[in-house]
Design a protein around this ligand. Structure first.
Ligand SMILES: [Zn+2]
Length: 262
């Protein structure tokens, strides 16, 4: 009998522990480049799931006034506007050819100035092309960015043949452990990365079970298969992710919220 009560109390404790230990679990979704109209069109979908995401904008010097208004509205909605470079340059090559000072002057300062003019002061950075070095990272951190995002791919192909395919749930590096890490990887969900619905649902469940935040990102929202060189993710796949995030009771984090979350 004693053993029976011990078993019951043990199971109560383990339930409570489980509940307490998943309280931070979440998801950080981001989008890269300059698909402002298409991102803006995602607003009803994001609102439907009360999702807050990060838009990493590149080439902000070419913003039209309409695009600037849309960026400001997205920010007002509670989304984060991150930075993705003025020229979308290759950091390694730029620093090698021009030196660190010119890299700052060419790739960081002009775009940030344009964004500041419309009231946007980014604190997160996504490396263009996922290219970076320790030196580029330290320059970015010294320039006020709190978190730097790189690219993780579940599948890589060589001459059209997959070289590897990871189930996202085993990719430990796409989960934020709330350890103040500032250099992180997000899973690319674009078409062609061949992540199944089952795999992504398992990956979100993993975040729930490990009290971490899964980081995913894509480029252009697409409503049909990509053509004419378009690169982006299926909006239906994004909705699968949003729906599963709700099912797993995951919190939505913007990228800067990850590094500042206690
Ligand atoms: Zn990019």
């Amino acid at each position: 009998m004693l053993a029976f009560f011990a078993l019951i109390s043990l199971s109560i404790i383990s339930c409570q522990e489980k509940r307490a230990s998943s309280e931070k679990s979440g998801i950080a979704i981001s989008f890269d480049d300059h698909f402002i109209d298409d991102w803006y069109a995602l607003r009803p979908l994001l609102q439907k799931y009360n999702a807050h995401v990060t838009f990493f904008l590149t080439c902000p010097d070419t913003l039209t006034s309409d695009e600037a208004d849309k960026i400001k509205q997205l920010q007002k909605d509670g989304h984060e506007i991150g930075f993705h470079g003025t020229l979308h340059g290759n950091a390694t090559e730029m620093i090698r050819s021009h030196g660190p000072q010119k890299y700052v002057e060419m790739e960081l300062e002009p775009g940030l100035k344009h964004l500041a003019e419309i009231g946007v002061r980014p604190t997160s950075y996504a490396h263009p092309g996922g290219n970076h070095t320790d030196q580029a990272d330290s320059i970015l951190l010294a320039n006020g960015f709190k978190i730097l995002r790189d690219v993780a791919q579940a599948e890589r192909k060589l001459l059209g043949i997959p070289v590897y395919h990871f189930a996202p749930s085993i990719m430990k590096w796409i989960y934020y452990r709330f350890n103040k890490e500032q250099i992180v990887d997000a899973l690319m969900i674009d078409e062609g990365t061949n992540i199944s619905e089952k795999e992504i649902k398992e990956a979100l469940k993993k975040a729930r079970d490990t009290n971490t935040a899964i980081m995913v990102f894509g480029h252009q929202p697409l409503y049909e298969k990509p053509k004419n060189g378009a690169y982006g993710f299926s909006v239906a796949f994004l909705e699968t992710i949003l729906k599963e995030a709700k099912t797993q009771n995951l919190k939505f984090y913007t990228m800067s919220e990850l590094s500042t979350s206690k």
